[in-house]
Design a protein around this ligand. Structure first.
Ligand code: CMC
Length: 427
């Protein structure tokens, strides 16, 4: 097979190298396209565009495979902790015991924020959407940690990484506490990472917090499943903002904003709202299936479909099983789980969904678990951001270490051609 692709236009032939990834994915390298042909490509939504070469996450949407640094998501969710996965994603290898202990003790040292951050959290109305609050707080961290990260210094990079991994759970917890009107709490950083985050989120001011291992395990698993997903909307945003050499925290804040939308991370909140609405409407799932298929109706089956997966999202399989286990363990009987299962069954048998290869995605069942763990619906996407944090950091670090150029797509202009300016009185 030739390792070149030929483009023919206007009687002329141009050759471009074909790049092959380690999993045999092929791509036409068009770096010289414009200089040689004067043309660009157009690809709205970047459905056919590889924005980078990356060694972090492998995803095969046809087969439903997801691996972080070569390890399957199924094994990682079963056997690793969130912090091991964070280390793996960011530094490329699973840590040994010593590396993991050091990583966590360095992070734990950073699990506090400047006292003035409280004033910022306080200044938001309680009704503010938590994603807006956490995006602002992440950006505000820049003001309290103004020194730029020197990417030539491994130590500087490491320090910035443990800093954000330490402070982000504090921001997550305080965003929740503001929302529900509880005093801010620093938990206890001698606890594990997840345990401390749970304590910072849920501890009542007048009661000891009782740790439930089922809840901690479920949270750990959920965060692992969300930890990276190659070049999705928020990750691409982090990389593109970082490519202008904006700092790590500013890049992450942009990622949080990108994640907020209901077509991306915001889908987990939208799914629960949809399931609640179906329940309130008598639980007629068939009616909502029809709405989802009706092109004149803006309703979409939230938690279904994916840009890359044209098969079961492997994360959805794991989460569905975990939802059953967690609800059984906690003795919760949630009627919206039954609605979700009925919708899934109908969709998997419906030609509209089958032909379009629309399967449940990660967000379809995750909200049901978050709800069982006591996380309010408006915080679901914040929990997604918490999980995605190591992935964003890993992708930002990779992009900077590879010295990628500033992200700056081109366009095909379709507006007015030159027009002579008309003074106000002549318009
Ligand atoms: N319900 C009904 N129809 C759908 C759905 C859905 N959830 N998703 C896609 N379709 C239809 C769509 O109308 C289109 O039909 P047609 O070919 O007749 O025009 C076809 O399927 C292809 O859809 P698309 O919108 O062109 O696909 P996309 O790759 O641009 O969008 C998506 C992917 C995830 C934005 C979309 O499937 C969607 O809106 N899903 C619901 C929101 C959701 O669950 N998002 C979470 C994604 S996973 C987690 C994450 O990324 O954060």
């Amino acid at each position: 097979m030739s390792d070149k692709a030929t483009l023919e236009y206007s009687g002329k032939k141009y050759e471009f190298p074909v790049v092959k990834g380690t999993e045999d994915e092929l791509a036409i390298d068009i770096k010289r396209l414009r200089s040689e042909t004067g043309m660009i490509t157009i690809d709205p939504g970047y459905k056919n565009t590889g924005s980078c070469e990356s060694a972090i996450t492998y995803l095969d949407g046809e087969q439903g495979i997801l691996r972080y640094r070569g390890y399957s998501i199924e094994e990682l969710a079963e056997k690793a902790s969130f912090l091991e996965v964070a280390y793996l994603l960011i530094f490329g290898e699973l840590p040994n015991k010593q590396q993991l202990d050091k990583f966590y003790s360095d992070i734990a040292e950073e699990e506090e924020v400047d006292e003035d951050v409280k004033k910022i959290v306080d200044s938001f109305p309680r009704t503010a959407h938590p994603m807006g609050v956490i995006a602002s707080l992440t950006s505000a961290l820049t003001a309290f940690n103004p020194s730029a990260v020197n990417i030539e210094s491994e130590e500087d990079m490491y320090n910035a990484i443990v800093k954000i991994l330490g402070k982000f759970p504090v921001l997550v917890a305080w965003t929740l506490r503001k929302r529900i009107g509880r005093p801010y709490d620093y938990g206890d950083n001698t606890l594990g990472y997840i345990e401390n985050m749970m304590m910072m989120m849920f501890k009542r001011p007048n009661k000891p917090y009782k740790m439930n291992p089922v809840v901690v395990d479920a949270m750990d698993k959920l965060l692992i499943l969300h930890a990276d997903h190659e070049q999705n909307c928020s990750t691409s945003t982090v990389r593109i903002v970082g490519s202008s050499h904006a700092g790590l925290f500013a890049s992450l804040s942009a990622g949080v904003s990108a994640l907020w939308g209901p077509l991306h991370g915001g889908a987990n909140q939208a799914v629960i709202e949809m399931l609640e609405a179906i329940k309130a409407d008598g639980g007629d799932t068939a009616k909502y299936m029809e709405k989802a298929k009706d092109k004149n109706d803006p309703f979409r089956l939230m938690g279904f479909g994916h840009r890359v997966y044209k098969n079961f999202d492997p994360r959805a399989r794991i989460i569905k099983k975990a939802a059953d286990e967690v609800l059984a363990d906690l003795g919760i009987d949630d009627p919206i789980l039954d609605i979700a299962k009925a919708l899934e069954k109908q969709a998997l048998e419906d030609p509209y969904f089958v032909e379009r290869k629309l399967y449940p995605n990660v967000d379809f069942y995750s909200g049901i678990i978050y709800r069982a763990l006591g996380v309010p619906t408006s915080m679901f996407t914040v929990m997604f951001a918490m999980g995605r944090l190591p992935g964003w950091i890993a992708q930002w670090r990779e992009m900077r270490l590879r010295k990628e150029p500033i992200g700056r797509p081109r366009q095909v202009y379709i507006g007015e051609t030159y027009r002579k300016f008309k003074p106000l009185e002549e318009r």
